[in-house]
Design a protein. Structure first.
Length: 283
């Protein structure tokens, strides 16, 4: 079933756990996400970035909505990293009941103006909005269509308060030491829980952790304890999926039956999602 983004995150906040937002990218990872949520009876957010939406095509979302509505598990359908109002309108037309507008690479004033425009439009249609303040690094292999940039501009807690008040966002993605994509060898991420605590003290908006692939479990669990209620995961799930696919094709290079070839990669993706779900539920 498709449920309210706000209710899902409020339940997470009250229960001191986090909901996983899993970028699907293709039907197989959608299948894995649905299977994991149904097996563990844990809510999940099905997320699609703009490049993924372009790849899948608008028609695919009719199928996604049917699958989610028929399931007994709880889901939200969410746009990840929209960059302008046109992205937002397209996602809402495709059935997203929550959207992210990411103008974090703009000046504070521009970010506020762009985000406020999206909030006004989306709220008029009962769609919830996530914004971003501060910039999260990018390791070059994420689903956001960006190049290598591991630099991070941490979210200023006072600016976070001002941003939420000026824009009316429902959720805020904060930069506290993560990067999109898998971390390069030798790079050890470290979350700034001290910054997160100050942000939590200053705003009641739901707080979101992007670039959660590759962080130590202990750090992620600690971030949930201090107010994170939504965590985006993409690269780790896709890495598990493709590693299993490469392994299978290496063992059976002549296999051409798709219903056979993709069974184990889907299971690998599902197992990774289950692993993350269980970890996010710890408190």
């Amino acid at each position: 079933m498709i449920v309210s983004f706000k209710d899902m995150l409020q339940n997470a906040t009250d229960g001191k756990y986090a909901v996983g937002a899993f970028n699907i990218g293709n039907k197989d990872i959608l299948d894995a996400t649905i299977a994991a949520a149904e097996e563990k009876k844990i809510p999940a957010i099905v997320a699609v970035s703009v490049p993924e939406m372009n790849f899948l095509g608008d028609e695919f979302f009719s199928y996604v909505k049917v699958r989610l509505k028929k399931s007994e598990a709880q889901f939200c359908l969410h746009l990840d990293h929209g960059s302008n109002l046109e992205d937002i309108k397209r996602a809402i037309n495709n059935g997203c009941t929550s959207v992210m507008i990411d103008a974090s690479n703009k000046s504070f004033e521009e970010n506020v103006n762009i985000t406020k425009e999206v909030v006004d439009y989306a709220h008029s249609l009962n769609v919830y909005v996530e914004g971003e303040l501060g910039t999260i690094g990018n390791t070059g292999n994420s689903s956001c269509g960006e190049g290598l940039d591991t630099s991070i501009i941490y979210t200023d807690p006072d600016k976070a308060k001002e941003f939420c008040e000026l824009t009316g966002v429902d959720a805020l993605a904060v930069a506290i030491g993560t990067s999109h994509g898998m971390y390069p060898k030798g790079k050890t991420p470290k979350l700034r829980i001290d910054i997160l605590q100050k942000i939590r003290e200053r705003t009641s908006a739901f707080l979101v952790l992007h670039g959660g692939s590759g962080n130590a479990d202990e750090e992620v669990i600690e971030s949930i304890r201090h107010g994170i209620s939504k965590i985006n995961i993409s690269s780790e799930v896709k890495k598990a999926y493709f590693e299993e696919l490469y392994k299978y094709l290496g063992e059976y290079p002549d296999s051409v039956k798709t219903q056979v070839v993709f069974q184990s990669p889907i299971k690998a993706a599902k197992d990774k999602i289950v692993e993350k779900m269980k970890m996010f539920m710890k408190n």
